[in-house]
Design a protein around this ligand. Structure first.
Ligand code: AHR
Length: 610
C-alpha cells in the first residue's frame, strides 16, 4: 500500500506499509496506571472520603523525625547514594496542621478547643482527638470543609460515622451538610444517643436535597451548661462509590481511570515507597483493617496519608477493573532525593524481605496455609487477588541497592516463580553489571518535548538483554507549563517507539496520574480534579487512544519524505485563532528562508507582513 500526497504545493512523500513483514508483537498488558499519594491523588482524589483530617492526626510527626521551631528534622544518617550524612528537614506548621479542615464556632456560649491526646484514646493507633470545652447555654458548631469544599448531588445519600466521648454533656446533637455558597442546609439529622459516657460510635445517613459544590459537614451541639466533649474519627462517605463498595472510591474518578483500559496498576508509588527517611516508608500492613484503626503516615509530598486507599482496596480495584496488581516494595533504602538512610543489617534485611513475602501471600496465598492469606479471607476475599508484579524498591541505584536486590530477588524468585520481579534501574550496562538476574527493569523519564520526539527511536538502538523493560514513570513535563498539546504529542511519538520495540518494552505507565488542583505537588499530571469535577488533560487522551488502539503486532513501515524546497517570503500573515473556548499559544516559531525565529503571541498581535 502506498499513500502519496497529491496536494498542490506539498512536497512528495510516501508511506509504504508492508503487511507481510511482521515486526514485534505488542504486549496486550502494555498500558497501565501508576498510583501514588502525591497531589492528593488518594485522600482528596480517588478515595471517596469527604472529611479532611478525619482523625485529627494531621500534625503527628513523620516517624523518626523531631520538631524544632517550625521545622521537622530527619536523623543525621549516611545516605546509601552519597555515603555522606544527610540532614534533611522540612517546614512544619504545627497549629495549622492541627486544625486542617476544621473550624469551631460558638453562638450564645463560650467554647475552648484543642486537638490533643485524651487520657483514654479512641484507638491506640490514632491517639489524637478534638476537645471542646463548652461553657454556657448556646450553640457550638464543629465544621469540616473537606478537601477544599465538599460536593453533593441531589437525592444521593451520604454515610456519616463519628465518635463522641462526652460524659455529662446535656444538650441536643444535630449533624448537617451545609451549602456554603448558597447559605443553606442540604441535609440534616438530629441524633439521640442514649449515653456518651465513654467513646460512642454515632452514625447517620444524610440525603442531599439539592446539588451543591461547596459544602461543609457540621456537628452542632445545642449545649445547656458546662461540659467537655471529645470528638474523633469523623467520616462522611457517599453511598454511591465505584461499584458501591464500602470505604470505596469516588465513582467519577474511578470511571476516568477505567476509561484508560489499564491492564495493570502500580501501588503505592513512587518516592513514598522509600519515605523521606526509611522510618517514613509506606508499611502496607498498616493500611489494612477498619479505617478508624489505620494510623496513617505523613507523605513526603507534604500531607498525611490516611491509607484509606490501602493495600486491600488497591487489590480490590485491580480486580474490579480487570487489572494485574503491581506492588512496589521498600528495598531497605530511604529516598535518595531526601535522607537516603538505609539498613545493611542482615537481620533487618531479612525483615524487609519477609514483609514482601507477606504482601505476596496476602494477595495470592492460600488462607488455609498462610496467616496473611487468612487475613485477606477474613477481610471478605477468600479468593486470590490478581497480583502479578513486584518491584523491589523505587528509583534506587548503586552498589547498596544492587546488593539488596540480588539478595531479595534470589530468594523471592525461587519462592514465587509466577511473580514478575522488577529492578528499579534503567537497564544500561554499567548500572546492571553486578545485578545477578532480574525479570524487568524500570527506567523513568521526565523531560521536554524535544527529548520525547527524539526518543521515538531510543529503543531501536538498545541491545536486547535477558530482561525486559517497564517504563514505569514518564511524562513530558519540562518547558510545557502544566502540560499542553505539544507535550501530549511528544509522548505519543515516544509511545509509538515503545510499541515498535514490543519485544523489549513490555509495559509503560504515565506518571503522576491524578492531581487535586487545589494542592498540586508536581507540574504535569494526567487527570485534574477537585471535589466535583474531573478533567483529562491532552496526555490523558493520548494514553486512552493508545490503549484503545493498541496493535497486536507491528508491520514494516517505510516513510519517504523529500526535503521541502526552502522558500522565503517577505510578507505574509500568520494566523492563530480559537472560537468559543479558551486557549494558550506558546512555543511559536516562524520559519522562513531557512531561518527560524521564536515569537511570542504578543509579537504576532496586530502585526502584518514582518
Ligand atoms: O511521579 C512523581 C515522582 O517522580 C515519583 O514519586 C518518583 O518515583 C519520581 O521521581
Amino acid at each position: 500500500m502506498a499513500l502519496a500526497s497529491a496536494m498542490a504545493g506539498v512536497d512528495a512523500q510516501s508511506l509504504r506499509v508492508d503487511l507481510k513483514q511482521r515486526g514485534h508483537e505488542v504486549n496486550e498488558d502494555m498500558y497501565g496506571i501508576f498510583f501514588e499519594e502525591i497531589n492528593h491523588a488518594g485522600d482528596g482524589g480517588l478515595y471517596a472520603e469527604m472529611v479532611q483530617n478525619r482523625g485529627f492526626e494531621e500534625h503527628v510527626l513523620p516517624r523518626g523525625m523531631v520538631y524544632r521551631d517550625g521545622k521537622i528534622y530527619a536523623p543525621n544518617l549516611p545516605s546509601y547514594a552519597t555515603h555522606e550524612k544527610a540532614d534533611w528537614s522540612d517546614k512544619w506548621d504545627m497549629e495549622a496542621k492541627k486544625m486542617l479542615g476544621w473550624r469551631v464556632e460558638a453562638e450564645g456560649c463560650r467554647v475552648a478547643h484543642e486537638v490533643s491526646e485524651p487520657e483514654y484514646p479512641l484507638h491506640k493507633n490514632t491517639p489524637n482527638a478534638m476537645k471542646l470545652e463548652i461553657d454556657g447555654a448556646g450553640k457550638v458548631t464543629l465544621a469540616n470543609s473537606g478537601y477544599w469544599g465538599m460536593a453533593v448531588k441531589e437525592g444521593e445519600k451520604y454515610d456519616l460515622r463519628f465518635y463522641l466521648n462526652a460524659p455529662g454533656y446535656k444538650g441536643t446533637l444535630t449533624v448537617e451538610i451545609y451549602d456554603v455558597e448558597k447559605g443553606k442546609t442540604v441535609g440534616s439529622e438530629t441524633l439521640h444517643p442514649v449515653s456518651l459516657e465513654h467513646w460512642t460510635e454515632l452514625t447517620a445517613t444524610l440525603q442531599a436535597a439539592s446539588d451543591a459544590r461547596h459544602c461543609e459537614l457540621r456537628i452542632v451541639f445545642g449545649a445547656s451548661g458546662r461540659s467537655v466533649v471529645w470528638v474523633d474519627y469523623v467520616s462522611l462517605f457517599p453511598q454511591n462509590t465505584f461499584k458501591g463498595r464500602k470505604n470505596g472510591l469516588r465513582k467519577d474518578v474511578a470511571e476516568m481511570l477505567a476509561g484508560l483500559q489499564p491492564q495493570f496498576m502500580r501501588w503505592p508509588g513512587g518516592c513514598i515507597v522509600e519515605g523521606a527517611t526509611l522510618d517514613n516508608r509506606v508499611r502496607w500492613k498498616e493500611t489494612l483493617g477498619d479505617p478508624m484503626t489505620r494510623r496513617g503516615e505523613w507523605s513526603l509530598w507534604g500531607y498525611r496519608s490516611t491509607y484509606g486507599f490501602g493495600y486491600h482496596e488497591f487489590l480490590q480495584f485491580c480486580e474490579d477493573l480487570g487489572m494485574d496488581g503491581m506492588f512496589v516494595a521498600n528495598a531497605a533504602l530511604g529516598c535518595s532525593f531526601r535522607n537516603g538512610d538505609y539498613t545493611d543489617d542482615p537481620a533487618e534485611l531479612e525483615r524487609y524481605l519477609q514483609d514482601i513475602r507477606d504482601a505476596i501471600d496476602y494477595a495470592i496465598g492460600d488462607p488455609s496455609e498462610n496467616e496473611w492469606a487468612r487475613r485477606r479471607a477474613e477481610a471478605g476475599h477468600a479468593e486470590p487477588f490478581p497480583l502479578k508484579y513486584v518491584e523491589i524498591g523505587n528509583e534506587n541505584f548503586g552498589p547498596v541497592y544492587v546488593r539488596h536486590f540480588n539478595y531479595m530477588y534470589g530468594k523471592l524468585k525461587k519462592e514465587y516463580p509466577q511473580i514478575v520481579f522488577i529492578n528499579t534501574m534503567g537497564g544500561n550496562d554499567d548500572e546492571m553489571k553486578d545485578v545477578v538476574k532480574t525479570d524487568m527493569v524500570d527506567p523513568h523519564w521526565y523531560v521536554n518535548p524535544d527529548f520525547f520526539f527524539g526518543a521515538n527511536d531510543l529503543f531501536d538502538k538498545r541491545q536486547r538483554k535477558d530482561f525486559t523493560v517497564y517504563v514505569g514513570e514518564y511524562a513530558c513535563n519540562a518547558e510545557v507549563g502544566s502540560g499542553n498539546m505539544l507535550a501530549a504529542l511528544s509522548e505519543a511519538a515516544f509511545m509509538l517507539g515503545m510499541e515498535r520495540n514490543g519485544d523489549m518494552v513490555q509495559m509503560a505507565s504515565y506518571a503522576p496520574l491524578l492531581v487535586n488542583v487545589n494542592q498540586p505537588n508536581w507540574a504535569c499530571n494526567q487527570i485534574w480534579l477537585d471535589s466535583y469535577r474531573t478533567m483529562g488533560r491532552a496526555s490523558y487522551y493520548v494514553q486512552k487512544m493508545m490503549a484503545e488502539n493498541r496493535p497486536d503486532y507491528n508491520v514494516q513501515v517505510n516513510l519517504t519524505q523529500t526535503e521541502p524546497e526552502k522558500k522565503s517570503f517577505q510578507e505574509g500573515t500568520v494566523g492563530v485563532g480559537t472560537w468559543n473556548t479558551q486557549a494558550e499559544f506558546r512555543n511559536i516559531r516562524l520559519t522562513a528562508g531557512g531561518s527560524t525565529r521564536e515569537v511570542s503571541i504578543q509579537d504576532l498581535q496586530g502585526r502584518r507582513g514582518t
